[in-house]
Design a protein around this ligand. Sequence first.
Ligand code: SF4
Length: 307
Amino acid sequence: MEQQEIKVGFVQTKSVMTKSNTPLGGYSVNTYVGCPHACRYCYASFMKRFTGHTEDWGTFMDVKEWPAITNPGKYAGQKIVVGTVTDGYNPLEAQYGKTRLLLEQLKDSGADILICTKSDLVLRDLDLLREMNRKNRLTVSWSVNTLDEEFKNDMDAAVSIERRLAAMKEVYDAGIRTVCFISPVFPGLTDIEAIFEKARNQCDLIWLENLNLRGGFKAGIMAYIAEKHPDLLPLYEEIYNRRNRSYFEELEKKAEQMAKANQCRFVDNETPYERVPQGHPTIVDYFYHEEVRGTGNSGVRNRKTAE
Ligand code: SF4
């Protein structure tokens, strides 16, 4: 996918820190509105509704301005996720530096900070991340749902998978906890074992999340599958039109077996904070993660019975 020309605006906010409504609690922090990576499956595109944007997702971006965080210590021990509805390391960050500014403001907070990205621009801030890692629990996560650059290019305008994996290695080698976020898992296309093998020596956690097609992008993804992978269309119709969960249930079993065969911990919907022996990342089954709601982050999913 070609990077589109981005219409840039500026927006003043009262605070950059937003209380999260996810089961994990804490704060979601987004230094921009909109995301130039323009992923075709982006659930965050719903943001358009709340921000008055009518342009196509991925073609606009507002740079946030916020009053400096003067008392970072109030976030000590809290979870802060950076980049839930934008990628704070999108290409325009090189120019505007808002994510670096945020991290500088939080560097003495003592918070549990998770940065989510599909970029290697994060390497620009490795000095700062090293410093932060001494006082905070810091984790950096890269989304990698394929090793096929052509499929990746069909889906997003972010940097190549090769660059993401190289960045993950560099951050991991710097002593910072890393995550390989296998998300979204596309049925019949995402090879979790191949990705595991590529990433296992440079991450502490592997998260698995299924492709969820409840958003307005369902039609686009189904049309893409019909055009590029027509052999998979019956499977997609079964999963996404008839809500048959057997594909993902089988995949969960396969992931559990893969974990066992490689002496990796396998956990259900929890994200233990630990560094693990190299080559044995903890595998987190985050399929149908919306069902974790109400469990108090016990790590046990409220499994639905068949619909
Ligand atoms: S990187 Fe994340 S926020 Fe940005 S378009 Fe892709 S899925 Fe959406």
